[in-house]
Structures are given as C-alpha cells and as structure tokens.
Design a protein around this ligand. Structure first.
Ligand SMILES: [Zn+2]
Length: 268
C-alpha cells in the first residue's frame, strides 16, 4: 500500500493536476502535512499519510538517537509543506523563534521519494534539535547542519568527502573560527557544509552524542574556546582547527562524514 501510494504520486510529478481539491492533507498531534495534488483526491490523501508516517518515524528515531528519549507528544508541532520537483532537492526549516509562533514550518521541494526519506530526515533533525534547544538556546548553525547532514543521501555525502579530499590535498583550508561563529550556513556553500559535517564527525571521535550536544549548549553561553577546553580538552579554536586538519589529512580513505546507513529512502 505504501509503495502504491508512492508510485501514484510519482505520476503526479509529470502530470500535475492544479485542482486545489486534489491536494493532500494529513494531521496528527505532532504534524500538519500539506502535499501537492495527485491525479485523484484518494491518491493525494494516501501520499500525505505516507509523509506523515515517515515524519513521525524520523521524529521518533532522531530524538531517541540524539536525545536518548522521545519528544513529548505535541512538542515542537510542525507544519510540513511538500512541493514536487525532479530537478531540485531542497529543504528549509523555519523553527519557532518567538512566543507568537507556535509551530515550526518545514518546506521540502524534492521528489516524492526524498520527501519521505533523506531530505525529510535532514530537516527533521532541525525540528527535533530546535524543539529540545529552542531559541535563544538554539545550537550553532554549523553544529545543527553537521548533525543534520549525516542523514543526507549517499551522493551528497560522497560529494562532501571529495570536497574535503581536495581541500586537504591543495591546502585550501576554510576558516574554522568564522564557520563556528557564522549565524547561518549558505545552502549553496558546499565547503561550509563539508567542513561543518567533518568537524562534527571529528568531535564525535572524541566524545559521544550527549557530550557533543552539551558542548554546543555550553558554547552558546561561554564561547567556543571554553567549551572546547571543558568537553574535549582542546585549548582553543585554533587548536581545534589544527587537530581537525591533521585528522582529515591522516584519514587513509578520506574523511568519513555521516552514517551511511541513513542513505536509504526511509527510516531504518
Ligand atoms: Zn540543514
């Protein structure tokens, strides 16, 4: 049934109906799902329910994996807007940032499959982390992206690995301090994502996920140098930069970023 729904909506990418009444809608305590028109209302509803099912599964898996527990029902309610595109694969999470906004909003422009899989999973990391550490205690942009990027598909992870290999070979190292202090990462800046993802991976070789999140919280209040010294015994950002570069250079097959078990199209 799940597979059928997916196939029906794949058809919708090429034969898009603009009839508003055929758009998909599904809702739970945690999500409101809005999906594009499919050839029939039944197909659209079936697809919206698939997205809802995947969103619930990712929310649960990511919270358990990173926070060690589920989020309470209804915490971090999110509206998910899906648009279909076979040329674009983008996601954006607008997390609640003031008391008047009660829901997070998530936008996906991608294939019907990726809206159930890796693209949804990446954005769901932002939702889960922004719910646990809400504004103004939100984790730094590079750290959230570093964690979220580990859920990206195999092609993206391979491109980042290639980018880091090139950086290591040519010595075109990015400015780590600037990245750590950057309020957001430009979605088109592949080097920033590769670096964020690699530094996250590097820190995870020196401590567990819980330590990484505590480090991120502590840094928000006390700065990177103090947080690095306290949680990783790395005296300063400059020392992090040196140790990370050495780690990237020494990796025999190039840096491993991400856990590739997430490169499937659905929660595992
Ligand atoms: Zn992201």
């Amino acid at each position: 049934m799940k597979a059928l729904g997916r196939i029906w909506c794949m058809v919708a990418v090429v034969a898009v109906s603009s009839r508003a009444d055929a758009a998909g809608f599904a809702m739970s305590d945690n999500f409101t799902i809005l999906t594009p028109a499919c050839p029939t209302q039944q197909d659209a509803t079936a697809y919206a329910r698939e997205v809802l099912e995947s969103a619930e599964a990712w929310r649960s898996e990511i919270a358990r994996h990173w926070l060690g527990e589920e989020l309470p029902p209804g915490a971090g309610r999110t509206t998910v807007n899906v648009s279909f595109s076979d040329k674009q694969d983008t996601g954006l999470t607008w997390a609640t940032d003031h008391p008047q906004r009660r829901d997070h909003t998530l936008y996906l422009t991608t294939t019907p499959d990726r809206a159930l899989g890796t693209t949804l999973a990446h954005e769901m990391v932002h939702v889960v982390l922004a719910t646990r550490f809400p504004s103004p205690r939100r984790l730094a942009a590079w750290l959230e992206e570093g964690i979220a990027s580990s859920y990206d598909d195999g092609a993206r992870q391979a491109a980042r690995k290639q980018s880091l290999s090139w950086i290591a070979r040519t010595g075109n190292w990015p400015d780590v301090e600037a990245l750590l202090n950057s309020p957001n990462l430009n979605a088109r800046d592949a080097t920033a994502y590769a670096t964020a993802s690699s530094i996250t991976e590097f820190l995870l070789t020196r401590g567990d996920r819980h330590t990484l999140l505590e480090f991120g919280q502590y840094a928000g209040e006390h700065g990177w140098d103090a947080a690095l010294a306290r949680y990783y015994r790395i005296p300063s950002t400059a020392d992090l930069e040196r140790s990370w570069q050495q780690w990237v250079r020494q990796s025999p097959t190039g840096p491993q970023n991400g856990h590739l078990r997430y490169s499937t199209t659905g929660p595992t």
